[in-house]
Ligand binder design. Structure first.
Ligand SMILES: Cc1cc2nc3c(=O)[nH]c(=O)nc-3n(C[C@H](O)[C@H](O)[C@H](O)COP(=O)(O)OP(=O)(O)OC[C@H]3O[C@@H](n4cnc5c(N)ncnc54)[C@H](O)[C@@H]3O)c2cc1C
Length: 398
């Protein structure tokens, strides 16, 4: 491409689940769409942190009924991902259901969908500034390979996960006093188990022994397997981080680096302990690291309305919203088991349109984990299935 200025109907910032859904759906409707992503691949948290399971696809109940909560893009994406990953959905004893997936399959599927639908995808492209008129966004500036480019569009979708666009425009995002615990995924090779259940038990046993011996903290003893990625001889571990993210407005620019360094240090310690305390792990080694630590919840955009925890637990419905969010609230804290807060089985709550809409700029919308929500509500609404629905919905407004 020759020019330093690009002009589009829609620019989507961020190629995570929500951004891919939005860009794909808008391009399928005939819009000229650009997707700007700072990494060299799509999927966001779902691929850079090796999450491994898609939640929010099905209604919660005790039956093995895996009917999708939406028959639109969510179902299309999940069916394709299931086939590429060669996995089947799982139901837990609380009736929660999820689809395990393989990280490369997610990356390949995003590339395929974006290419087929005609989205112009700009990888390695980091948005660093916005220009605004009185009541609209006019232009983004982005950095790509040592050069700054201008991107113009009629509409913009912030799928950055971090309330990027309004923050760059000087608006205060929704912040939490404390953010949830992060996790780091690593692949461990040389495991000698005969089935996953045996490995799970050996993992719990070795971690307990390591804790009793004072080699690891209680927080680290909550290390678990990543279902979608794990194979018998090559397991993926989800390792807890004790330091929590302190927010982008913090003066502590070193916080994220400290988290990444702790993650890698914890991974080495855990694998040393597994080798020491279980014969199944005696020949193991770390074979692969996730691209980054998974910080679950960060700052969100202030919208026309804020989705609140009471709305989620009360399963609010809005007649103008087609998004059916089915996953419960999930709270992760260091050294404690995950807390799940439920609404009724087979039920859902709507994501109100106003939580996806900017109160400041008439051509700016939000999708994914940076929608306008309080800390309780986003702890449910952020799951991949719900993010896919948000992207598809907002694309219809462009
Ligand atoms: C440890 C962990 C475990 C989780 N477990 C599950 C689970 O089991 N099941 C489930 O469904 N969900 C899970 N989640 C939640 C889920 O993965 C995310 O909430 C969801 O993927 C968010 O999608 P998104 O598109 O909103 O944002 P993201 O995936 O965060 O995507 C945002 C994208 O924007 C890009 N970006 C940011 N800033 C810029 C910029 N300046 N310029 C250009 N690009 C930019 C980023 O690189 C990223 O690709 C988990 C999350 C974590 C961290």
């Amino acid at each position: 491409m020759q020019t330093d200025n690009f002009s589009f109907d829609l620019i989507v910032v961020g190629g995570g689940s929500a951004g891919v859904a939005a860009a794909y759906s808008a391009a399928k409707q005939g819009a000229k769409v650009a997707l700007l992503e700072k990494k060299p691949f799509s999927g966001g948290r779902a691929t850079d942190t090796f999450v491994g399971t898609m939640c929010g696809l099905y209604f919660r109940n005790e039956q093995d009924d895996f009917t999708y909560s939406s028959d639109g893009f969510l179902a299309e994406f999940a069916e394709k991902l299931k086939e590429l990953s060669n996995t089947s959905p799982i139901r837990t004893k609380n009736g929660n259901k999820f689809l395990p997936y393989k990280q490369p399959a997610f990356v390949f599927l995003c590339d395929k969908l974006l290419t087929e639908s005609g989205v112009q995808t700009f990888y390695h492209t980091t948005v660093i500034g916005v220009e605004t008129n009185e009541d609209s966004l006019s232009c983004l500036s982005a950095f790509h390979q040592n050069k700054k480019y201008s991107f113009l569009a009629k509409s913009f979708i912030d799928a950055s996960g971090t309330a990027l666009l309004q923050t760059l425009a000087g608006k205060t995002p929704i912040q939490d006093e404390e953010y949830q615990q992060s996790h780091f995924s690593v692949r461990v090779s040389g495991v000698e188990g005969s089935d996953i259940q045996e490995l799970k038990l050996a993992l719990v046993y070795a971690l307990k022994k390591a804790e009793q011996a004072g080699r690891i903290s209680t927080a680290l003893s909550f290390t678990s397997l990543v279902p979608g990625q794990t194979a018998i001889d090559n397991i993926w571990l989800k390792i807890p981080i004790t330091q929590t993210w302190s927010g982008t407005t913090t003066k502590d620019i070193g916080n994220l680096s400290a988290i990444e360094i702790e993650a890698r240090s914890n991974a080495q310690l855990i694998v040393e302990c597994l080798k020491a305390f279980s014969p199944l792990f005696s020949n193991t080694a770390i074979a692969e690291l996730a691209f980054e630590t998974g910080v679950r919840i960060t700052e969100r955009n202030q919208g026309k309305e804020i989705l609140r925890k009471e709305d989620v637990l009360g399963a609010i419905k809005r007649s103008d919203s087609s998004i059916k969010a089915t996953w419960p609230i999930e709270i992760w804290q260091p050294g404690k088991p995950v807390i799940m807060e439920y609404f009724a089985e087979n039920d859902y709550y709507s994501i109100p349109n106003e939580t996806l809409t900017s109160p400041y700029y008439k051509n700016l919308f939000f999708v994914g984990r940076n929608i306008s929500a309080d800390s309780g509500a986003i702890a449910s609404a952020r799951v991949i299935g719900t993010c896919l629905q948000m992207g598809e919905t907002v694309a219809k407004w462009i």
